[in-house]
Design a protein around this ligand. Structure first.
Ligand SMILES: Cc1cc2nc3c(=O)[nH]c(=O)nc-3n(C[C@H](O)[C@H](O)[C@H](O)COP(=O)(O)OP(=O)(O)OC[C@H]3O[C@@H](n4cnc5c(N)ncnc54)[C@H](O)[C@@H]3O)c2cc1C
Length: 430
């Protein structure tokens, strides 16, 4: 048996873990199992795949190293934003004939999440309303183009461009020169969504095993997923470990790099104060490559996130690193207590197109949403379930895009990505 490279962990001390409304735990994998599909990783990608498959009648097992939603899915900014990272590269690769399909995919994750929240009664504070904010005139021009495209395509949900002189009506900051509000985008409690979807999959017969790091996959007509205490034989395997997994180094090494992103949550703000900061209760995100994002939680804490590093390590003091950025945008928060500070790893892909494909005819993978995964992981779940069933059209769209790798291994690769990001940070400043 290969050595256990993983140390099984509980949830990080985030606001989400402290307010999780389902404290169920699932057992470790012990002994042998046989299922139709084994999914590795219980973040949004893995759970959305498992739930879609369970809805279609497959017998599914999910094997998770830590806990359901332990990774990026249970720690993120909770911003539900349409679009796919690397969308323009995807269209440039295939040509304009895929533009309509890509546009539909942009919003498909929202449809799935809304359907599931309502069908399975998932309490995850799902709210409508999101704003892309502009710092520079070129950002505003890009948003005007996006707005024109929404109109051209008769986008059925309310959207509005906000000019500089209207900004004080929508946000209590003068850091921005305008923006675009989209009410199909929004925000949610990601850990409660992930756990709710996991419970829905279990209600349909799926099995989940936690604290069970997968150590190896034996390929063959019935691939075997191996942990320290058991194994699952399956007709197909879906790898959904994203920035956190170290499996299949031969085929997947160098495709995705972990980039740290960090969030603080203030004490609950009183209603009037919260209304001054964010009267429309919007999720807000700036357009920089190294971006800042914020929103209010259901109990009116300001959740502010940003800063990236490429070492995969946490800064010594997340609060000290994030709060100055928060106060630059929202100085009225000075003196407010910080109750939670945490971070997680985003799976970054060099060309930004999600890395999805096959390692062999019956082992699939999906990973690398470059910080844009709440929505798209749910689309990925559907693409994986289709692929398992033999429908490969959408998987092909992604698998055929050429990805760049760093052949020199992750340590040096991360340094190169860091250099690349320095370039993008310089571009943000210009
Ligand atoms: C701080 C932060 C803020 C973000 N904010 C946003 C946002 O506001 N909006 C947005 O759209 N996106 C955001 N993202 C990105 C988004 O969270 C991710 O794209 C998405 O959650 C990825 O989901 P996933 O299931 O692929 O990966 P993860 O959620 O990371 O799940 C992978 C799982 O696989 C498990 N695993 C790994 N290896 C093994 C193994 N060998 N055996 C068993 N299990 C294994 C891990 O334990 C983990 O639970 C953010 C990410 C971070 C880190």
């Amino acid at each position: 048996m290969p050595p256990n490279r993983y140390q099984q962990q509980e949830h990080c001390p985030s606001y989400y873990a402290a307010t999780a409304n389902d404290l169920s735990r699932y057992p470790m994998l012990n002994g042998a199992r046989k299922v139709d599909v084994c999914v590795v990783g219980a973040g949004f990608s893995g759970i959305a795949t498992a739930l879609t498959l369970a809805e279609r009648g497959y017998k599914v097992a999910v094997v998770e190293a830590n806990r359901v939603g332990w990774g990026a899915s249970g720690r993120n900014g909770g911003q539900l934003i349409g679009g796919i990272s690397g969308e323009s590269t995807l269209i440039a690769h295939h040509g304009e004939q895929v533009a309509d399909a890509v546009w539909a995919m942009r919003w498909r994750g929202h449809d799935i999440i809304h359907e599931r929240v309502s069908k399975y009664d998932i309490q995850c504070d799902l709210k409508s309303g999101y704003m892309d904010v502009a710092i520079k005139p070129r950002h505003m021009r890009a948003m005007e183009q996006e707005y024109a495209e929404l109109q051209r395509r008769k986008f059925p949900h309310p959207c509005r461009l906000v000019e500089k002189h209207q900004m004080s009506e929508v946000l209590g900051t003068d850091a921005y020169i305008g923006g675009l509000i989209n009410h199909y985008n929004g925000h949610l409690h990601p850990l409660n969504l992930c756990k709710g979807e996991a419970a829905a999959a279990v209600s349909l017969g799926a099995e989940i095993f936690e604290q069970s790091p997968v150590l190896d996959i034996q390929h063959g007509s019935t691939p075997r997923v191996i942990t320290a205490t058991g194994h699952v034989d399956a007709d197909a395997v879906v790898l959904a470990g994203n920035a956190y997994h170290a499996l299949e180094r031969g085929k997947l090494s160098g495709l995705v790099f972990p980039a740290g992103s960090f969030i603080v949550a203030t004490e609950p703000l009183d209603e009037d104060f919260a209304r001054q900061i964010n009267p429309l209760d919007l999720a807000v995100c700036d357009p920089n490559y190294v971006l800042d994002y914020f929103r209010l939680s259901a109990d009116r804490r300001l959740l502010f996130g940003g800063r990236c590093n490429y070492s995969g390590r946490e800064p010594r003091d997340i609060t000290a690193s994030i709060v100055p950025r928060m106060l630059k945008i929202l100085p009225q928060l000075k003196g407010k207590r910080i109750d939670y500070a945490w971070g997680g790893n985003i799976g970054i892909v060099i060309n930004r197109v999600p890395a999805m494909g096959r390692i062999s005819s019956n082992v699939f993978y999906t990973q690398g949403y470059s910080g844009h995964g709440v929505n798209f992981t749910h689309v990925a779940g559907e693409i994986m379930a289709d692929a398992v069933g033999g429908t490969l059209e959408q998987l092909d769209l992604f698998e055929k895009v050429r990805h760049h790798r760093f052949p020199l291994g992750q340590a040096l690769g991360s340094q190169l990505v860091a250099l690349g990001m320095l370039y993008y940070r310089l571009r943000d400043w210009l």
